[in-house]
Design a protein around this ligand. Structure first.
Ligand code: MN
Length: 724
């Protein structure tokens, strides 16, 4: 059992300025509150936190982590409150103890749904600070070392399974190789004691046969290298029974065939020396085929760097060599603890980046997602079931779990339906990003809302969560029927007026039966949706006027255009049906062929079941409708100076095929407050590009201004609005 003064010595060995007094106070505090509690081993309880702190000194962690280790069970197992800890040891330690306590309370049950929820909580607790996980892993390691004191086999088994499935992979993922090996081997001993025993027996046999093989191999390797001018420190070790077992399972081979049970670390000065040492080893000994791996040029996802090879080395033994520098070795052994050097009180906040406190978590989750060798990690662990999820955070640090591929709109709906309904933009890690961006693990997402915003039909095309989809669809359904009703009412008013009649609800009520409808508004909606025409309704109300007009059916296009041309106001208070206030994508659509803008002279074409599509009056597509006068609708913008709607205008440009011309183009558009929403190269010659560009603008004048600015740019050869 480690003693308190030893702990202090160990900390001072790597941190000479460590606050000895604080360490002693934490020790006394733990001893006092745990009092006469004992471990199942019969040891006083406070020996456990002391051992946990001792394990952490191997990783050279900061003072706050050591003190947290000493106090880690006080809140869970005694009357101690977080306030007391905060008062005596500071907020930082209190926060860490709280995190460890939360992790301790999470059990990974077999119930799948519960497990997912628990893992969510687990990630949340870890996300506070990686030191929470470091302390928890050390705690688990000590509990595994003393697992055999637990009497109930089911309980031992549960803890061992959890260690194998959750803690060992986590230790590996943050690069703590030694921790991972020991956790796995201890769990293995509980879960498969027979297999472990037989492997140990075999290892003993080989050791006896070979004598003090490891020191002899080290000595010869060192000589071989130094003869060739390489200074190296070599460590040799037997693999753990579990890693031998794992390799046997993996390669489906018997123990007899598995001869490289020894691994040697060759620590050299520089990366250059790594490759030279490899060359020397390959020159001096026969190479085992297929064992060479270069993790220098391609590090493992957890940051591990090393050269691996297998040779028939000194004494004709098959051995594994791991060649690396001292720094790489430090990272390989201590993982994340080698990277993060905490200063008291600052926590993980010093790490650079947009959402620094979550960066390590993002890395961890990224690694889980993109594990290069899934069979090594994901396959047999419970963590696998979480790889289809992304974990994101609100600005307050609340965790929102979403399926992979989710967007800020999904995030907004997950936070609250109201937030979803009114979202207008999103900041991801502090940067404004489009609402359709795909969220990544660890993203911090701030949703910007506006009371004036409503769900947009376009959202339905990219959201992936059921909640967002359901809300948007429901909104569209109700809104659509309102829009159709609004439009239908306007169409009917106009149709009655054209015949010299006054439009009344009463007149419509009288013909409900004719159209087999029960409510007046249903007639309006049907007209708005284009299922009924205004004229059909007028004829039903006044059967006498049937077929008086438009008998010929053919309406020459020219007169319609002339009529529109006469109505110079176009964008102003035209006499057409106002399309102001109708939401594009529902009862109203803007034609993709001519991209009408406020200010353009326009005409509506009613499409059955879809409402009305707006075209510019000179659009070629209108030729297709000359035989269907009943579908033409006289519309006007009825412009509102306050309106802030965004429309899409399409330009066709020819620009010089020289470097920088595309940059010029987007600069001019951006300077004029336009936003490129789509860009397509229509044609390309050695001299020119022909481009089609969709630009988001406020109205016709805005687009005209942009066109004028583009024409003034020497790199731009020609600009015109794209038609048809
Ligand atoms: Mn504990």
């Amino acid at each position: 059992m480690i003693r308190q003064f030893e702990l202090v010595e160990r900390v001072k060995a790597y941190d000479p300025g460590a606050d000895e007094d604080a360490l002693n106070r934490a020790y006394v505090f733990a001893m006092k509150v745990h009092g006469s509690q004992t471990r199942l081993s019969g040891d006083p309880y406070f020996s456990h936190p002391l051992e946990v702190a001792g394990i952490l000194t191997d990783y050279k962690v900061d003072m706050a982590s050591i003190i947290t280790a000493l106090l880690h069970d006080t809140v869970e197992d005694t009357e101690t409150s977080l306030e007391e800890i905060s008062k005596s040891f500071g907020k930082d330690v209190a926060r860490l103890v709280d995190g460890v306590t939360k992790l301790t309370r999470i059990e990974f049950q077999s119930d799948q749904a519960k497990q997912a929820e628990n893992f969510r909580k687990f990630v949340l607790a870890m996300s506070e600070d990686i030191r929470v996980l470091l302390v928890k892993l050390a705690d688990r390691l000590h509990n595994m070392r003393t697992l055999h004191y637990i009497k109930r086999p089911e309980k031992r088994r549960r803890i061992a399974v959890e260690t194998m499935d959750i803690y060992a992979p986590l230790a590996e993922r943050i690069g703590m190789q030694g921790m991972k090996n020991e956790l796995e081997d201890l769990a293995f001993g509980e879960l498969n004691p027979e297999a472990r025993k037989s492997i140990l027996k075999r290892l003993d046999f080989l050791r006896e046969k070979g004598g003090d093989l490891i020191p002899r191999i080290i000595a010869e390797l060192e000589k071989t290298l130094s003869d060739n001018g390489i200074k190296a420190v070599i460590e040799g070790r037997e693999k753990t029974p579990y890693s031998v077992w794992d390799k046997m399972q993996d390669k489906d081979i018997g123990f007899e065939q598995l001869s490289d049970i020894m691994a040697f670390r060759v620590i050299v000065d520089t990366t250059e020396d790594c490759y030279r040492a490899l060359g020397i080893a390959h020159g001096a000994y026969p190479v085992v085929p297929g064992r060479f791996k270069d993790y220098l040029s391609t590090p493992k996802p957890n940051g591990y760097r090393s050269l691996h090879t297998g040779v028939f080395g000194p004494e004709r033994q098959r051995i594994e060599l791991q060649i690396r520098t001292a720094e790489m070795h430090d990272v390989a052994e201590h993982g994340v603890a080698a990277h993060w050097h905490y200063k008291d009180g600052e926590g993980g906040k010093q790490i650079a980046g947009a959402a620094p406190q979550y960066r390590w978590l993002r890395e961890l989750l990224d690694i889980m997602e993109h594990a290069a060798e899934p069979e090594e990690f994901l396959e047999h662990t419970k963590l696998e079931m979480f790889k289809d999820q992304v974990f994101c955070f609100t600005p307050r640090g609340d965790l929102i779990t979403l399926p992979k591929g989710a967007t800020p709109v999904d995030f907004a709906y997950a936070v609250h339906s109201e937030v979803g309904d009114h979202c207008v933009g999103a900041k991801i890690n502090g940067r404004m990003m489009p609402l359709r961006s795909e969220l990544r693990n660890g993203d911090q997402v701030e949703i910007i809302t506006s009371a004036a915003q409503t769900p947009s039909p376009t959202w339905a095309s990219f959201v992936i969560t059921g909640k967002a989809q359901a809300r948007i669809r429901r909104f569209i359904r109700t809104q659509e029927s309102e829009e159709y009703t609004k439009l239908g009412t306007a169409i009917l008013e106009r149709a009655f007026e054209d015949e010299g009649y006054k439009f009344t609800n009463k007149a419509i009520r009288n013909v409900l039966k004719v159209f087999r409808q029960t409510r007046v508004r249903d007639i309006f909606a049907k007209v708005g949706a284009g299922v009924l025409t205004g004229r059909e309704v007028v004829e039903a109300v006044f059967p006498g006027i049937r077929r008086k007009k438009d008998d010929g059916k053919v309406v020459p296009l020219a007169p319609v255009r002339d009529k529109q041309a006469k109505d110079r106001s176009g964008g102003g208070k035209g006499k057409g049906i106002s399309i102001k206030g109708l939401i594009p994508g529902m009862a109203l659509h803007f034609a993709g062929c001519c991209h009408p803008l406020p200010g353009d002279r326009v005409v509506g074409i009613v499409t059955t079941g879809k409402g009305v599509t707006i075209h510019t009056i000179d659009c070629d597509t209108l030729e297709d409708f000359v035989d269907a006068s009943e579908r033409w609708l006289d519309v006007s913008w009825n412009l509102d100076k306050e309106a802030s709607d965004i429309y899409v205008g399409r330009l066709r440009l020819t620009i010089l095929n020289v470097p920088g011309s595309l940059g010029d183009l987007s600069t001019v558009i951006a300077k004029n407050d336009g936003n490129i929403s789509n860009l397509k190269v229509a044609d390309r010659t050695p001299q020119f590009f022909e481009l089609l560009i969709d630009i988001e603008v406020r109205d016709l004048k805005h687009l005209t201004d942009i066109i004028a600015a583009l024409r003034a740019d020497p790199a731009i050869n020609s600009v015109e609005r794209a038609r048809g």
